[in-house]
Design a protein around this ligand. Structure first.
Ligand code: SAM
Ligand code: SF4
Length: 341
């Protein structure tokens, strides 16, 4: 039986390791209004427009994936909500929900534009949103994001809640930067009914500075949270790679995404599409398929379906991330903002 979400409808394409591919993450832009220190260099050069898929092309490709059994679409980036007219894309993808075969349409955002778009996202059929937030301290927020403002993000989160969206907070655990704040952030989230997920830094793309200085193993964080709150492992899944626990003292959920310390690959049900139409079968491997070329060469979706199926047939077993003092170059040269987090 293939792993992944099991829903009625089209049977998903199954990779060589028996994993059914039901989840597509789509980067709709490589641009962003922040420059988070672990994600981007300050002087990023962005892609020329002609290389980036149009909204129509993204919609067409997503339709092809849904026709091949993908049940969950997550739009990401860069910052998805800075892409011009992106709400039009949400509306069109939202029309695929239900009988169209799509089970869930969602996004990962830095929250800076949520006040403006929360209502429209809900109207398009989005019900859950992941907001990345690494600190609740305004000065620290400025240091981590370089260009961001915490008050705008907090206001965006409030707007999302008011619009009826379920919020999950994603926090990258950064050694010596926000590790002292993690319990306070857990309480802040649980007090508001938000799930709280911690992520380890992954060695992706050249950034300014040294990654070994930022890497904080979540096994240590988990042990500390267990001492403070008591953690019970629970059987909760969102279709993503997080392992969830209930914090006994707050009653809320806390998830851990640990690509470095725990291999989450065996149940991997997803592939990733960049904003240039390159399909990556694994976040931590270079192998890819150029779907833009196929897409621009033909109007025949069957040809695209064949290209996607062939690519999934090459999905590797897992990633080879390493962070060590000896390996100074990133394991994967592209930035997270290219593949989409
Ligand atoms: N701009 C949106 C945001 O920040 O939510 C979406 C794109 S961002 C690349 C997606 C997620 O990837 C964010 O939660 C971010 O913290 C995370 N991320 C970026 N670079 C990372 C890295 N090197 N290791 C781990 N997580 C990273
Ligand atoms: Fe932008 Fe998200 Fe990367 Fe921060 S993590 S720079 S918000 S894409």
């Amino acid at each position: 039986m293939p792993t992944g979400l099991t829903m009625p409808g089209v049977a998903p394409v199954v990779d060589p390791y028996g994993r059914g591919i039901t989840y597509l993450r789509v980067s709709v832009t490589d641009r962003c209004d922040f420059r988070c220190v672990y994600c981007m260099a300050e002087d990023m050069t962005f892609l020329p427009k002609k290389d980036v898929l149009s909204l129509d092309e993204i919609r067409r490709l997503c339709g092809v994936f849904v026709s091949l059994g993908v049940r969950k679409l997550r739009l990401t980036g860069g910052e998805p909500l800075v892409r011009k007219n992106v709400m039009q894309l949400f509306d069109e993808l939202g029309a695929m929900l239900g009988d169209g075969g799509l089970e869930e349409l969602t996004l990962t955002t830095n929250g800076s534009q949520l006040r403006r778009h929360a209502g429209a996202l809900h109207a398009a059929g989005v019900r859950r949103v992941n907001v990345s937030l690494d600190t609740l301290d305004p000065d620290r927020f400025g240091e981590i994001t370089r260009w961001g403002r915490l008050d705008r993000v907090l206001d965006g989160i409030e707007a999302a809640t008011e619009a009826g969206l379920h919020v999950k907070i994603n926090t990258v655990a950064l050694k010596g930067v926000n590790e002292d704040e993690i319990p306070a952030m857990l309480e802040w989230c649980h007090h508001r009914g938000f799930d709280f997920t911690l992520i380890e830094t992954m060695p992706m793309g050249d950034i300014t500075g040294d990654r070994t200085d930022q890497y904080l193993p979540l096994s240590m964080v988990r042990a500390r949270l267990r001492d403070i709150y008591g953690l019970e492992e629970i059987d909760y899944r969102t279709g993503g790679p997080a392992r969830y626990f209930r914090a006994v003292r707050t009653g809320g959920r806390v998830g851990f995404i640990t690509p470095m310390t725990h291999n989450f690959c065996e149940s991997c049900n997803r592939v990733r599409l960049t904003c240039t139409g390159t399909l990556y079968m694994c976040l931590g491997q270079e192998d890819s398929a150029d779907l833009r070329q196929v897409l621009r060469a033909t109007d025949d979706d069957d040809v695209l379906r064949a290209a996607v199926t062939e690519a999934i047939g090459r999905k590797p077993r897992g990633h080879d991330f390493v962070i060590s003092r000896r390996e100074r170059t990133p394991s994967v040269s592209r930035h997270m903002s290219v593949t989409g987090g």
